[in-house]
Design a protein around this ligand. Sequence first.
Ligand code: FES
Ligand code: FES
Length: 174
Amino acid sequence: MIERTNPLPAAADAAVISFTLNGEPVRLAVPPARRLIDVLRHDLLLTGTKIGCEIGRCGACMVLVDGRPVNACLTMMYQLEGRRVTTIEGLAGGAEALHAVQRAFLEEGGFQCGYCTPGMIVSAAALLAERPDPTDDEIVEALSGNLCRCTGYGGILRAVRRAVAIGREADGTG
Ligand code: FES
Ligand code: FES
């Protein structure tokens, strides 16, 4: 159980929010309107989730809430009571057990500077959890909320296709 109080000056409007973060129960005293991205990066030092536009356009801050991709820059803490939050740090089963999408991005070189990569991987992981064998159009659609300024998207598409193949190999259908 992670129990933290917000390090900012005691906010008169702080409330205790209970949720699950990367499989672990968390109780945090935070202003209910504090953004999830700030709690993750500044309060809990989970800096894998990036911050870019801060207006829901770039996807750098993508996390999963109850398995669905959401922008942490637009998510307020009061929305998370009782929910299940997964960040890029929580996708892997440990250093030796990367998520299939993480492995695929490494194997296919699906990044350059890497700033968009956590968000891309979170969005792709959500897609494959729902549709293990998506078409290219479905992959492009699922990643349409994630912007990359470096790669031209070719390596990213290859990486997601590779993750699909890894999934097939794992379930014996590949
Ligand atoms: S920082 Fe959240 S969408 Fe860009
Ligand atoms: S790899 Fe640099 S923004 Fe995507």
